[in-house]
Structures are given as structure tokens and as C-alpha cells.
Design a protein. Structure first.
Length: 280
């Protein structure tokens, strides 16, 4: 087992996607944590005399329509994006993994019932379902997180169910049943640890997807509400000034792209390292 772990670690540190993705993600996390230190400006400080100012030495990212420092807004918006990404993925993972374990292990009517529920959720376009849920619950960070949890758990359930269907037939699982181990012990001690690799991959990629979804909802005015800084809202408002102050839309768009690319590279790298079908 230790030899296998060492080989996996060696493959990981030599995987370009993991290295580059990790660096990008760490940069984003660093900015989110130290946002108040990295910028000298107050988050909501307005200066109408400097409204729509292009990037210069005083305002590296320029200013918005109210004269607020755009770099400050982008840096603090990192916190909202990561909050939505991590929290929504965490709860989606809890729901999906639990459901997938039950469906894959017990099979029969349990699997059929869960499968039909998943089919119902998958019959709706993810974005449209998210919009409908947020519209019902009202805008705000909590509503966005809840809506993303309700539409995202199915992918974890499907991945885990597929893994469990294979793992439950392994000899060590059959031996545990023979020695009288309880179902819960078998599920959480013998099956779940061996299904972690695909879960980690889906979760890592899911963070990027959640960030894009939050930005999309905020772009349409249904997500995080002002004055809370949001990349999606900043991008939406910046489009109105594309001809006179293109930085207002360009910079939030680049922030979204950089963050999502980092998580996608990391997730793809982890998939390449942990997937036994991938040959290096």
C-alpha cells in the first residue's frame, strides 16, 4: 500500500496539470485570505471624481462607475467565489456520496428508486433549474449555494454508484461479509475509501463549475446581491461600459477564467494520476 501511495505521489508531483493547477489555485486562495492586506483601498469607498479610470499606478485594475478601486472589488470577490465553490461542493458531495453508496451497495429497489430520482433531476437543464430555485428562494449567497447543492449532487451519486458496483464484488468486501461485518462498517471502512479517487476528481472540477454558475446567476442579477462584490455582477455591469472602460468587464472575466482554469487543470491532473487506465 505504501509503495502504491509513493508511486501515486511521484506521478502527482511530475504531472504538469497538477503542478500548474495547484499554483493557480493557491494564488487565488492567497488573494482571498489576504485581500484586506493586498490592497490599500476600502471596499466600498467611492470617489466619483475618479470614476471609470483606466488602470494606472494608483489603481492597478482601474476604477468602476462609482470610483471604487476595481482591484479591491476583484480581490474581495474572490472570497465570495471560493465560498460558493467550496461550500456548495462540500454539501453536494455529502448528499451525492451518501446516496451513491446506498444505491450501489444495496441495489434492487433502493437502486431503482434512487436512479429514478436522479433521472428526474437530470431531465432539467442545470442552469434553468438553478435559476428557478434561486428565483423561488430569492437572491443572495445562501440561495445560490442551496440551489447549486440541489442541482449538483447527482453527479457525485452517479460516480460513486458506479464505483461501488465494482468494489462490492472485491474479495476483501466478500470476506468482510463472511466474517459478519455490518453493512455500515463495510460501506464506510472497505468501500468508501476505495471510491475516494473519482470523488476527489469530481469535487475539484465541481468547484470550477460552481464558480461559473455563481458568476452566471450574479450576471443575471439572481445571485450575490450588491454591494457584496461579485465577479459575475461586476462583469454584467462592466459590459455597459465596454466602449469607454473595457477594463470593467475584461478584468472580472479574466479573474473567472484564471480561477476556473486552475481548478480544471488540478482536477484533470488528479484524474490522470488516479485513473488506472491512464498510461504514463
Amino acid at each position: 500500500m505504501n509503495i502504491r501511495k509513493n508511486k501515486t505521489f511521484q506521478k502527482a508531483i511530475h504531472n504538469k496539470s497538477i503542478v500548474i493547477g495547484s499554483v493557480m489555485v493557491l494564488i487565488v486562495i492567497f488573494i482571498a485570505i489576504f485581500a484586506p492586506i493586498l490592497t490599500p483601498y476600502d471596499l466600498d469607498a467611492m470617489d466619483m471624481g475618479n470614476a471609470l479610470q483606466t488602470p494606472d499606478s494608483a489603481h492597478l485594475f482601474g476604477t468602476d462607475q462609482y470610483g471604487r478601486d476595481l482591484m479591491t472589488r476583484i480581490f474581495f470577490g474572490t472570497r465570495i467565489s471560493l465560498l460558493v465553490g467550496f461550500v456548495s461542493v462540500f454539501f453536494s458531495m455529502i448528499i451525492g456520496v451518501t446516496v451513491g453508496l446506498l444505491a450501489g451497495y444495496y441495489g434492487g429497489w433502493v437502486d431503482n428508486l434512487i436512479g429514478r430520482i436522479i433521472d428526474v433531476f437530470l431531465s432539467f437543464p442545470v442552469l434553468l433549474l438553478s435559476i428557478a430555485l434561486v428565483a423561488v428562494m430569492g437572491g443572495g449567497t445562501v440561495s445560490v449555494i442551496v440551489s447549486l447543492c440541489l442541482v449538483s449532487w447527482t453527479q457525485y451519486a452517479r460516480v460513486v454508484r458506479s464505483s461501488v458496483l465494482v468494489i462490492r464484488e472485491e474479495e476483501y468486501v466478500l470476506a468482510a461479509k463472511t466474517f459478519g461485518a455490518s453493512n455500515m462498517r463495510i460501506i464506510f471502512k472497505y468501500i468508501m475509501p476505495n471510491a475516494l479517487a473519482p470523488i476527489i476528481v469530481v469535487a475539484t472540477l465541481g468547484i470550477g463549475t460552481a464558480i461559473v454558475s455563481e458568476a452566471t446567476l450574479s450576471f443575471m442579477g439572481l445571485g450575490v446581491q450588491p454591494p457584496t462584490p461579485s465577479w459575475g455582477y461586476a462583469l454584467s455591469f462592466g459590459l455597459r461600459y465596454m466602449r469607454t472602460a473595457s477594463h470593467m468587464a475584461t478584468i472580472p472575466g479574466l479573474a473567472i477564467m484564471f480561477t476556473v482554469l486552475g481548478f480544471n487543470l488540478l482536477g484533470n491532473g488528479i484524474r490522470d494520476v488516479t485513473d488506472p487506465r491512464m498510461v504514463n
